[in-house]
Design a binder for this molecule. Structure first.
Ligand SMILES: Cc1ncc(C[n+]2csc(CCOP(=O)(O)OP(=O)(O)O)c2C)c(N)n1
Ligand code: SF4
Ligand SMILES: [Mg+2]
Length: 343
């Protein structure tokens, strides 16, 4: 691990792991947690902190990754970690980064780059804590990474719908009934795209999925190396909330990418780069039908052909009509012409 020379905004220089054999063997998220069998979010925590290394502070907002990970007197965290309020991952990241900087400036701590990572769930991050994350992404003078682990529900309180729950899914807030088959009919927020487009001081935004573990770790390393405020959105299959056999977690992550539902990309200094199978899709590889992903999950068991067709059409639109496919939702070119001719 190299380090930049001046402190002011120094970051650790974390080179990418060139293949799985080069990944370090040390673990900083170990045994002692009580997440469900097949929980991808727990894997995300493990990979996230493996990627960042030992000189890291982790902050986490309320949710499964707090509650199930830190039951009384047990914890899997080897690095320092702190719980923060459900909507506060942004504030915790900024406050910790600012506090460390002040202590080092005053000579109360050895001056060295320490990674600050705050994680949040989709409920805590994309709904309740969106304002605080947005504020943090405007402060380029502080280095922090906010990682949103998206299990697509308020899982810890028994699977309530969030702004990131997919269209039509069965949750405890949206159980399908005889009169109304679909209760949750909102399309999911475009969290990474929204943050990348709206925060000029944020130099790095990426999407990841733990089914592609090395790529995921390298994006964490890139974010921490670039510094300033950065953001990563991780899609995490959740056997309990999505209602499937835990052994399918890895496969469902892959299917989310292969169907084009969850694109893998990064935006670094305004430059979009696609990754893996998402890149192959952009280059012309056919997407798998969304039904292959949806029908493996009990939360979509009530879907009829009409629902599957709607879901497919929305994903097709994202790929075929968006200005930057699967990233920026404005309509291509025509939108510029329309804007120019608007009265
Ligand atoms: C201000 C506040 N409101 C409600 C709760 C109750 N609560 C605890 S965890 C949780 C779910 C959080 O969902 P998410 O952020 O998606 O994380 P997940 O549980 O899915 O991991 C809720 C609503 C709380 N702790 N604080
Ligand atoms: S409910 Fe989902 S996110 Fe929470 S511990 Fe279980 S599998 Fe993980
Ligand atoms: Mg959640």
């Amino acid at each position: 691990m190299a380090e930049t020379t001046t402190f002011s905004n120094a970051t650790q220089i974390l080179e990418p792991f060139r293949g799985v054999k080069r990944v370090t063997i040390e673990e900083y998220f170990t045994s002692g947690h009580r997440t469900c069998q097949g929980c991808e979010s727990a894997l995300v925590m493990k990979l996230m902190v493996k990627a960042s290394g030992p000189r890291t502070i982790v902050l986490g907002s309320t949710g499964c990754m707090y509650v199930a990970n830190t039951t009384y007197y047990t914890t899997p965290w080897v690095v320092p970690w702190m719980h923060t309020q459900l909507g506060s991952s942004g504030s915790a990241a900024l406050g910790t980064a600012a506090g460390l900087k002040a202590l080092m400036r005053k000579g109360k701590m050895k001056s060295e780059p320490i990674n600050v990572i705050a994680f949040c769930g989709d409920g805590g991050g994309a709904d309740m804590g969106l304002g605080a994350i947005s504020a943090t992404l405007t402060h380029k003078e502080y280095n922090s990474l906010i990682l949103l682990y998206d299990n697509e529900s308020y899982a810890n309180t028994d699977i309530q719908a969030s702004g990131m729950t997919p269209y039509g899914a069965n949750t405890t807030f949206s159980p399908p009934g005889k009169v109304k088959r679909l209760i949750h009919t909102r399309w999911k927020k475009n969290m990474a795209g929204m943050l990348a487009a709206g925060h000029p001081e944020c130099r790095y935004v990426a999407t990841v999925c733990a089914s592609y573990a090395v790529e995921m770790m390298n994006k964490v390393r890139r974010a921490l190396t670039i510094g300033g405020p950065t953001f990563i959105h991780s899609l995490d299959p959740c056997p309990k909330g999505w209602d499937y056999d835990p052994m399918l977690s890895h496969e469902l992550g892959e299917l989310a990418i292969e169907t084009g539902i969850f694109p893998l990309y990064e935006v670094e200094d305004g430059q979009v780069k696609y990754y893996g199978k998402t890149k192959a899709i952009v280059e012309g590889r056919p997407r798998k039908p969304v039904r292959e992903y949806l029908l493996k999950q009990g939360r979509f068991a009530h879907f009829i052909d009409e629902d599957l067709a709607y879901f497919q059409a929305k994903v097709d639109e994202m790929w075929e009509k968006w200005e930057i496919p699967a990233v920026v939702p404005f309509r291509r070119l025509d939108a510029t012409k329309e804007a120019l001719s608007a009265k």
